[in-house]
Design a protein around this ligand. Sequence first.
Ligand code: UFG
Length: 356
Amino acid sequence: MAKRVLVSGGAGFIGSHVTVELMAAGYEVVVADNMSNCDLTCFEGVKKITGKDDIPFVKMDFCDADAVNRLFSQYKIDAVIHFAAYKAVGESVAEPVMYYKNNLESFLNVIEAAKTHGGCNVLFSSSATVYGEPDELPVTEKSPRQPATSPYGNTKQMCEDILRDSVKAYAKYGNEVNAGAECNGPIKGIALRYFNPIGAHPSALIGELPRGVPNNLVPFITQTAIGKRECLSIFGNDYPTPDGTCQRDYIDIVDLAKAHVYAVRRMLDGKMEEDYEIFNVGTGRPVSVLELVNAFEKVNGVKLNYKFAPRRAGDVTAIWADPTLANEKLGWKAERSVEETLAAAWAWEKHLAGKE
Ligand code: UFG
């Protein structure tokens, strides 16, 4: 029987791409989302790409413990991938309570359900933001975490710790630590630390759907290119980098989604070497903001209106991954070039424009 994976926040940008790849790999998927930050566009796209009209979908809030329990009672879940969270850095600074409440409570409910319903593995969507401004580049999983600079970043660190501690207590069900506890089976955990996910599915049927003015670079670029925004501001050109603009590790969304399949397989096939494991999901390739803009213009044959603007508060100068651990232990490697990814992002923006 195919193993079943629950994707919380599965109607969003990353969740929808992960759902497609999990299904392509033969897993059964249950998608659950409260739709607070997306509409059904991507879920409909997932159905078209996979050719499956009957993917189980549950509209629910993961902060509702009863609803989470009901979901775990209704379906036998072998692994859960947790995306359901707020993700805007600036908003988290303005509304910290809202962020801590939502991002921590939803994750605690998932872990509790995984524990009480037994034998369910947990994959957490973490972020390179936990490394802050790194002392050494590229960063490995052993690079120290830095104090978070936003409540959003802090929730990523806290959820990693919650998973680590929970796995420590519940991975060996029946040991002296949790003997007698209400736990029906061991849980194991993996945290994937994403670098900068960009792009869209090559079908242009699913992609990023930011609400309002995009915070992130690539949606701002595509919206400027299509005429929705007047001008892209490049935040800072006086950084100590080769061209003065910040450097990031931009990872294609389909490559990123595939990393989840490898991680789920490792968990479900009993291949984990530790009960809690962490992997960087990046390319290992630094790209500056200016390089990305130039690559977008070149590959898509469009001219982008941009200007240099002051630095954005909270931005780190440069960060990119050492993905060796994921390459070796997961057997996963980023495959798509920045050009392919930027072409997909542009095709998605044009697809959206055609629908308006
Ligand atoms: N940038 C611009 N102009 C824009 C938007 C972004 O120049 O309009 C620059 C930023 O200054 C940065 C780079 O593009 O140098 C990338 O910015 P993004 O906002 O796309 O991504 P970040 O690296 O800031 O964000 C990442 C993750 C977030 C995470 C954050 C934490 O995508 O999920 O790091 O700092 F929260």
